[in-house]
Design a protein around this ligand. Structure first.
Ligand SMILES: [Ca+2]
Length: 221
């Protein structure tokens, strides 16, 4: 099974069985069952919070330096680093009110969390624009995705990749600078796809969490 079909399979399986997205169906015929390992990767079992993993990052290779179409379709390995793709994320979020949830581990092994309600991304024709309820932050990582500084905000930003500059940085392309696609402004206070450790960060009150592991999840409210 190719990566895309495998991701669809795992997402659909996890979503329909455990995560409260009964309307989601695979776009391709399933050619083999989802492995137990894949099920654990998506971690939506009854004993776990009903989150569906939509991205995971923990190393410094170049796999996140991708084109618009790659971020649209998804890439990576369901058992390792991956991004399920903006179309899948949009599909999940459209099925009902959803929270977006981040679990971050910094270089000192501190684990912090952040979530917002009413998470959604717009259609491709609107650049997969990121929105969420700005007043619903909870967690201990900081209300960073909702940074109100126009240079660093992510709310209401379109997605930018190396081949599609939709950021507000007029002197260049933030995806080129960080070598990863994201909802950049000019450029970021959160960047979970940057290729270099110095940019793989989450802004906090007194500096940045320099991250070594990040997961991005979605949960139906
Ligand atoms: Ca730009």
């Amino acid at each position: 099974m190719d990566i895309r079909c495998r991701l669809w399979t795992a997402i659909c399986h996890a979503s329909s069985k455990w995560c409260g997205y009964p309307g989601l169906r695979a776009h391709k015929p399933l050619t083999s069952p989802v492995t137990q390992r894949s099920r654990r990767t998506y971690n939506c079992g009854a004993k776990q919070p009903p989150h569906c993993y939509i991205g995971q990052r923990f190393s410094w290779d170049s796999m996140f330096n991708r084109t618009w179409d790659d971020y649209k379709a998804g890439f990576g390995n369901a058992d390792g680093e991956y991004y399920v793709g903006n179309e899948i994320i949009r599909t999940l979020a459209k099925l009902g009110k959803s929270d977006v949830y981040f679990k971050l581990t910094d270089k000192g092994d501190r684990v912090v969390h952040a979530s917002w309600k009413n998470f959604s991304i717009g259609p491709e024709s609107d650049g997969y624009r990121l929105t969420f309820d700005r007043l619903t932050y909870s967690g201990d990582a900081g209300n960073t995705l909702n940074n109100t500084n126009p240079w660093y905000t992510h709310y209401n930003m379109e997605f930018t990749t190396s081949d599609k500059d939709a950021d507000t940085y007029t002197s260049g392309n933030c995806a080129d600078l960080t070598q990863g696609g994201w909802w950049f402004s000019g450029c970021y206070s959160v960047d979970l796809t940057a290729m270099t450790p110095a940019n793989f960060v989450w802004l906090k009150d007194d500096g940045y969490y320099e991250l070594k592991h990040a997961v991005m999840m979605i949960k139906r409210e």
